[in-house]
Structure formats: C-alpha cells, structure tokens
Design a protein around this ligand. Structure first.
Ligand code: PEP
Ligand code: MG
Length: 587
C-alpha cells in the first residue's frame, strides 16, 4: 500500500539533494527499551536469537574489514572487541536462560541481560573494563536491530540508503561510508554541529530538525527526498515531487561540475585582491579532494577525529606518519594542524573522559590538553614537532581563553624540543604557533594574545555559539544562530585590526567562511584568509571573482552598524544576487 506523502521543513546541515530509500539507525545515545513480548515456543525464539547473532557477527566483521582499508588497524579493533562480546558464553547463556525461563522475546532478553552487564562493568574501578560497558550496549543495540528489523545497521548492504536517526554523534558519523549512503536526516543537530561538519566533508546532503516520531515511524521501503539546500525532507514523495527534485539535483550537479572546471582560476576579486583559500579536513585521506578543489594547503586539520573512535589513542609514531604524509602531500603550501579539540560534542568512546553538565563550557580544547590528558597533548606535540621538518607546518590551539594557556603551551613545546634534541631526533625549532579565536574573551583580549603567537584563526562556529549564547548543536535554537549578527562582526573586525597592528594574519576557518555571502562579508571586514570544506571552495572562489574588494569594504562597514544579522548581510546578499545568483541556493 502506498504510504502517505509528508513534507517537513527542518535545518539545512549539508547541501545537496538525495533521493532514495531510508535506513533507520539506532543511535548509541538513544536508549530504546524493547517491549516484553511473551512467546509460546522458546525453541523458535532461540533460533531467531541465533540468526540475529549470526547476522550481527557478519556485519561487525564486514565493518571491521572496511575500516581496516579506510582507516587504521586500531580503529578497526573496536569491532574485534565487539565480535568477542558476541561470542561471550556467560552473556549468551544468560540471554538463552531468560528466553526459556520467562518465555519472553529475544530482543527483550538481550536488552535485560546487556543492561545488567553494562551496570556491572560501568561501576568497576578498572578504567579499561569500565570502558567496555559502552561496547556492551553498542553490540546489544545492533542485535536488537537485527531482531526487530525496523532498525538496521547493515552498512554492508548493496543499495545506497538515506540514513535516518534521532541523533548521530561525531564518532558515529565519522565511520559512515559515503559509498553506501545517499544522505542523512536527523532529529537533533545544528548547522555547525560536528555531525554537520562531517556530513559536509563526506559530501552527503543532510537535514536536521525532523520530528522524532517521524523517524520512529519510518519503514524500510519508505522513500525520502533530502533537500540539504533548503533543509527540507519529503517522505514518500509523489511522482511529480520526485521528478522536480531530480531536475534540481541535475542542475546542482551541472553547477558543481562547471565550478570544478574553474579550480585553476585564482580567487581574485575584480579589483585584483587575491584571497588565500585553504581547506578544512578531518582526515589525512581528504588531501586529494582538497587539492582537486583548488584549495591552497590546509587551514584546519581537526585532529581530534584521529582519537574519537579509538579504543587506544594513536601513539607518537602513527601520528608522526599521518602529519608527515599530509605535509609532503601539500608540497610547500601551509598545513595548519589543530591540536586535539576534545570535549563539547566531540567525545571519545564512552568512559575515557569525565561526564560534565555543560561540556561546551567545560574541559574542552586546550583546557583538556593542559589539564585533562597532558600526556596525550605532549605525545601529539612531539609528533608535530618531528613531522614539521617535512613541510610548511602551522600548529593551532583550540578554545583558548587566556594568555596563560599559550604561555604554558610554549613552555611544554620548549621542553619537548630539548627532549627531542637530547634524543638526537630531527624537529622544527621555530614552530609556527597560532590560536583559534573562538571565545569572546579571546576576541576581546586578542591584543594580549597577538604578541605570543604567529597567527590567529577565527573559529566562527564557536564564536557565534559563545557570543550569542546559542548551542550550535541544538536545532530548537537554530533559528537564532546567525553568524552575521553585528555583535559577531564587531568581534571579528577587532581581531583583524589587532592582527594587522601586530603584523600577523587573521583567517577564518568556521563554517561562515564556506557560505558565499558570509565569506564576502568577512573579506570586507579585512579577514586575510578563508578556510572551508573542500566542497565549498569552488563556490566561494566564484563568489570572490564576481565582486571587488572596494565594494565589500563599503558594505562591511555598513554591516557593522546594523541592528540585525539580516540587515547586516543584505548588502552583500543583493550584490551576489546581482552578479552570481546561481551560488545562492536557498529558495
Ligand atoms: C569553529 O569553532 O569555528 C571551528 C572551526 O572549530 P570546530 O567547528 O571544530 O569547533
Ligand atoms: Mg571550534
């Protein structure tokens, strides 16, 4: 029977259009309690359980093999640990006994037993064992998915799907395989959440803000259209809607291939200002894509993603090899590597960091590096200092909110340099060190930071969040999240002026730089460099090539005195609309 067609307007997370069948995912954050359904014959139920277990093992083995080819052996090791749990005799016997004794369905038995083990492990003093508690839940939810059939994690399937989930945490998004996924729809998340950042970097159209009940009601053969330009989702579209979105998708593809032809053109304004554009990447494997986009080097490598899916954090040697590979691949172009920005919504696997009430205001970024896991920080810095001799390395500190943090980091770097010298290891002696300006305090105190560093990189994703008191990942307040708010523009202008007076450069690596209208506004404010996901480079380059710096400076000066974000961006919006309307994709 044809299901009813429904349309939802949510939040555009990542551009593009996807049309296809849906695949609902359990999120590890979601605690589904299966219903206790009583059964008549336990032998049949035991068979169902055995089948689901087998299916789970096949999925886990194929995930492990895929990850081994795409990432590191160690990351794939997570799935080895999960496979061991599937074969754990004590757990399996408990599930079977429960099915037999209580005559309950297998999914309920798996849930009850896994929660029992979860509680026991979670409360153990041994950090390694308590970390396994999360693994138990992960495996149990996969088995339950396979039993209930309404929620499948079989990423090994042949036909591409649109992923639907209540929430996807960054560590889950990072493991999605683009080859098997068309797009993403989620209930929670904002435009600059790290899930959105990863979706853009994977080139997957994504929309958030879709009601949870809708996600719960999805059936495996439901068709969905994801309009990542306008934040729209259409469930079971009629032929007319599907055809019209197919045409839109074709037009978007056509524009993308036209823009890609321009990758050798310089990002010069019509009055001759060349704007350095660099790429934001989350993995060293994105280097080819970044070069193909025409980006000049890397403006932000988010190294925390090397840590998020690891049971054991990457050691010095493996990090050294990744950074070296990246620097060599960039030739002499600058490569800005940000030390791990752990915390906020980027948390490693369960148990390895303390739970905080307000993680975005807690031990995040440089605070975590200095006072959470200084051992990991030192290992990372040693790897960076050693790799730096292979190219044009810049190292950047996230979430800086005081001069003391920079001074302390400089002391650590100095001590590590002495250590490396005593070990007769090669390293960079004059490391280029910068700070991210992503807290209002850093923007307002930039005068005092400037003398201590070689560059500023403005992280607008967080700067907007912290200035405007708007959780960047909360779809309920996404309507308030406006990067062009004059309060934010004033902070950016202040940082640029300070940078100029200290003769250092101030770039922007937040999502604001990837939006053509906002990018032009930033250039008008005097920002020296833009860094963005590779997919956005061709769009922003054409925008830059269609306007003059003189026009942008005039419009930005007016924007600073505006009362609202809409008023502040209107001038640049109208200008771009008159010169390159094809770059403005919202309806
Ligand atoms: C930012 O905050 O703008 C930024 C680039 O860093 P992240 O998005 O990783 O917090
Ligand atoms: Mg940030």
């Amino acid at each position: 029977m044809q299901r009813m067609s429904l349309r939802f307007d949510g939040i555009a997370l990542a551009p593009g259009i996807a049309i296809g069948k849906v695949m609902a995912l359990h999120s590890s954050n979601r605690n589904l309690v299966p219903e206790k359904r009583l059964i008549e014959e336990s032998s049949k139920e035991l068979e169902r359980f055995a089948d689901a277990l087998k299916e789970t093992e096949i999925q886990l083995a194929s995930l492990r093999d895929e990850l081994k080819t795409r990432l590191h052996e160690k990351e794939a090791g997570i799935f080895d640990a999960h496979l061991l749990l599937c074969a754990d005799r004590a757990i399996l016997n408990d599930v079977k006994k429960l099915i037999e004794n209580e005559k309950c369905c297998a999914e309920y038995a798996v849930y009850v037993v896994s929660e029992k083990y979860f509680e026991v492990l979670k409360n153990l003093q041994d950090a390694y064992l308590s970390e396994r508690a999360g693994d138990i839940r992960d495996v149990a939810s996969r088995i339950i998915s396979n039993l209930t059939d309404c929620d499948i994690r079989s990423l090994g399937m042949d036909d591409k799907r649109i992923i639907a989930s209540h929430t996807l945490v960054p560590s889950e998004t990072a493991t999605l395989d683009k080859k098997k996924i068309l797009g993403i729809i989620v209930e929670t998340g904002g435009e600059t959440s790290h899930t959105a950042i990863l979706a853009r970097s994977l080139g997957l159209p994504a929309v958030a803000g879709i009601p949870g009940e809708l996600i719960d009601s999805l059936q495996i053969n439901d068709r969905v259209i994801v309009d990542g330009f306008n934040g729209r989702v259409i469930l079971n579209p009629d032929n007319h809607a599907e055809e019209s979105y197919r045409l839109k998708a074709q037009a978007a593809d056509q524009l993308r291939s036209e823009l890609e032809q321009e990758s050798r053109l310089f990002p010069d304004t019509t009055d001759g200002f060349r704007v350095p554009i660099a790429a934001n990447i989350e993995s060293h494997l994105q280097m080819d894509e970044s070069r193909a986009s025409g980006a000049n080097g890397v403006g932000l490598f988010r190294t925390e993603f090397l840590f998020l899916n690891q049971v054991v954090p990457p050691d010095e040697e493996s990090q050294f090899n990744i950074y070296k590979q990246l620097l060599l691949a960039a030739d002499d172009a600058p490569v800005t590597i940000r030390v791990m920005d752990i915390g906020g919504d980027k948390l490693p696997r369960a148990g390895s960091v303390a739970v905080e009430d307000n993680p975005f205001l807690g031990l995040r970024g440089i605070r975590f590096c200095l006072y959470g896991r200084r051992d990991l920080f030192e290992t990372q810095l040693r790897a960076l200092l050693r790799a730096g001799v292979f190219g044009n390395l810049r190292v950047m500190l996230p979430m800086v909110s005081s001069v003391a943090e920079v001074l302390e980091t400089r002391e650590i770097i100095h001590a590590l340099q002495e250590q490396l010298a005593s070990e007769n290891k090669e390293f960079v002696s004059n490391l280029s060190l910068g700070v991210m300006i992503e807290t209002p305090v850093a923007a307002l105190q930039s005068e005092h930071l400037a003398g201590l560093v070689d560059f500023f990189s403005i992280g607008t994703n967080d700067l907007v969040q912290y200035t405007m008191a708007i959780d960047r990942g909360n779809e309920q307040v996404a309507y308030l999240y406006r990067p062009a708010n004059p309060a934010v523009l004033k902070l950016i202008r202040n940082v640029v002026e300070v940078a100029e007076s200290h003769r250092i450069h101030a770039g922007v690596c937040g999502q604001m730089a990837a939006d053509p209208v906002h990018a032009l506004l930033l250039l008008g404010l005097g920002v020296h460099e833009l860094s963005m996901a590779p997919a956005a480079v061709p769009v922003v380059r054409r925008a830059i090539r269609s306007v003059s710096m003189y026009e942008l400076e005039q419009l930005a000066a007016k924007a600073l005195g505006s009362a609202s974000a809409a008023e502040a961006s209107k001038g640049v919006y109208d200008l771009l609309m008159s010169r390159a309307p094809e770059l403005i994709t919202e309806e």
